[in-house]
Design a protein around this ligand. Structure first.
Ligand SMILES: [Fe+2]
Ligand SMILES: [Fe+2]
Length: 166
């Protein structure tokens, strides 16, 4: 488990970390690490980026942490089916414990766009979608040099700021 030395981040995610079912993600392999650690990484990236952009980072951080809250519901499906349908299971599981806002549902449901066909409705959803991809690339150890990864992140900052200014 990663430790992110940020008190505010820790306090936002603590109600989610109290859920036993969510902690079961620590025992599931995902991108070569655990699904729990992957979710924490996406949540922390989302927290940092959305806070820097003065967006609703609390809402986003919660949704980002819950974006892959699924288990074996997709095992009967093809690989494509799993990729497309696991966000719906994550929404369903998260909804058992939290009253998700429309933005949070959108963040979770569209985080696989364009693999799933419905595009995100909110800027925050685009950000989490992008950061999930960055995290996956990092975790899968693709041959992407550190500078290239940082360039991708900076590029995203420019895109997001451009969108905000319009
Ligand atoms: Fe996912
Ligand atoms: Fe993910």
């Amino acid at each position: 488990m990663n430790s992110y030395m940020d008190e505010e981040f820790e306090s936002i995610i603590s109600p989610i970390l109290e859920i036993d079912e969510f902690n079961q993600l620590k025992y599931i392999t995902h991108h070569g690490i655990t699904r729990f650690d992957h979710s924490m990484r996406v949540a922390y990236f989302s927290y940092k980026v959305c806070k820097a952009l003065h967006l609703n980072y609390k809402e986003v951080t919660e949704a980002a942490l819950l974006h892959d809250f699924f288990f074996h519901e997709v095992e009967h499906e093809s690989k494509t089916g799993r990729l497309r349908h696991h966000p719906d299971y994550a929404v369903k599981n998260a909804s058992k414990y939290f009253d998700l806002t429309d933005r949070q549902v959108d963040i979770i449901r569209t985080h696989m766009f364009p693999v799933t066909f419905t595009p995100p409705k909110y800027l925050e959803s685009w950000i989490v979608d992008f950061l999930d991809d960055i995290a996956a690339v990092y975790e899968k150890g693709y041959c992407i040099h550190h500078e290239v990864r940082m360039t991708m992140v900076l590029f995203m900052f420019f895109v997001v700021n451009f969108v905000k200014m319009r």
